[in-house]
Write a protein of this length. Sequence first.
Length: 186
Amino acid sequence: MTAIDQTISGVAGRYASALFELASEEKSADATGGQLIAFQTLLDQSVDLTRLVRSPVFSAEDQIGAIAAICAKAEIGGLALNFIKLTARNRRLFAIADMIRAYGALAATAKGEVRAEVTSADKLSGKHVADLKAALKTATGREVQLAARVDSAILGGLIVKVGSRMVDNSLKTKLDNLKIAMKGTG
């Protein structure tokens, strides 16, 4: 029996699976994935776009119009744009980040890769990314597709997620654990 990846379930999983199947049929899975990542980057960089995507106050028509204009400027089109518009039309745009993540997991699985997310306090250098990829490849036995995030709140160290497994080696977590341990003594 195979384990089902948590990122490919629910509404986001169904939408991502349908898009991946369609993109694969059209032989544009990689191009579509790249455009979805470009849209996710826009989301990560803009509080206003995130508000537009997540807020139920905006009508589907308003969301579609704004998304079309933003995607035209960012040169996001084709299947990815149609997919984003469809999620807005169906009032599911709030889950687009999960859909993009699930699509990435499906694409990685199809290529025989494993998807990993790493969060660090500062931007990782190219050497650190390469070393981390090599270590994860050794641990998993598969090629690794790495998504790096920066979150200064972790203070230092790394948080690495591969599938449903997570290793939290951040300074913040270590300090929190120390605080809990010190409360227990005395």
